[in-house]
Write a protein that binds this ligand. Structure first.
Ligand code: IPE
Ligand code: IPE
Ligand code: MG
Length: 251
């Protein structure tokens, strides 16, 4: 992840056509947020879940159409059982209310990642959220839970082999259709909270040409001001996609 250059102060220009279509988040820092307050880590995850609604609302206002949130990685299983189980319960318990709220706001929910290791209750809750919001036409949110970029690429390879796809038909377009994110455009902007400068196995294939923004703000504290800083930073980038033209190609 590239260190963030000095930010331009102020909100992004809403009339600019440079709003990222797809913003992906590495929602990091929940544990530190809680520890800083002398609270158990799980309360940090609860605060993180609560903040998700505010973040989505703000991005919707700014015209973002797709949001992907990294909620639990394939590596996060290695955390203490208490934290893993607590996280599953937290999401399962919060999902019903969250789904109703998202549905009321015309949000479409997708799950990206493995399903077969989730608790049956969480799996059912996610399936219900996806089914209920399937026809919605507003912002799409991909919830990356038990997601890992390498695992996703491997399962895509397995799918292609299983379907006996002829070798000459395997190109980038076809490969993308076998990923969990099939049907979602690649992320334009990836925002990581918590200050780390790494991907941690997130969207390895899809992020080939994403712009990065890393902030020291912890996920539960991510607010409209910091979000606008990230969007303004994105607006000031020149995306060249490997070409040599110096014209601004963000539009
Ligand atoms: C991110 O917050 C949420 C998950 C990985 C589930 P962390 O739990 O990693 O928080 P820190 O990095 O320990 O502060
Ligand atoms: C990345 O955060 C995964 C999620 C936000 C779900 P981690 O806290 O697991 O990442 P590392 O361990 O710092 O790389
Ligand atoms: Mg972390």
């Amino acid at each position: 992840m590239v260190p963030e250059p000095a930010d331009q102060p102020g909100a992004p220009n809403p009339s600019a056509s440079r709003t990222p279509r797809h913003v992906a988040f590495i929602m990091d820092g929940n544990g530190r947020w809680a520890t800083n307050r002398g609270l158990p880590r799980l309360l940090g995850h609860q605060a993180g879940l609560d903040n998700l609604k505010h973040v989505l609302g703000h991005l919707h206002q700014r015209g973002v159409q797709f949001v992907t949130v990294y909620a639990f990685s394939t590596e996060n299983w290695d955390r203490p059982t208490e934290e893993v189980e607590g996280l599953m319960e937290l999401l399962r318990d919060g999902l019903g209310e969250l789904t109703q709220e998202l549905h009321g706001n015309n949000v479409r929910v997708h799950h990206v990642g493995r399903s077969n290791r989730l608790t049956p209750e969480l799996h059912e809750g996610i399936e219900r959220a996806v089914a209920l919001t399937r026809e919605n036409t507003g912002i799409t949110i991909n919830v990356a839970f038990d997601y890992g970029g390498r695992e996703e690429i491997l399962q895509a390879c397995r799918g292609i082999i299983e379907d006996q796809v002829p070798i000459e038909a395997v190109d980038e377009r076809l490969f993308s259709k076998y990923l969990y994110t099939a049907g979602t455009p690649d992320p334009d902007l990836i925002i990581r909270t918590g200050g780390e400068l790494r991907l941690s196995n997130f969207l390895l294939w899809q992020s080939a040409y994403s712009e990065y923004y890393s902030t020291h703000v912890l996920w539960p504290d991510l607010d409209a001001i910091e979000l606008d800083k990230a969007l303004a930073s994105y607006q000031n980038r020149h995306r060249r996609f490997g070409k040599v033209n110096t014209a601004d190609s963000l539009d």
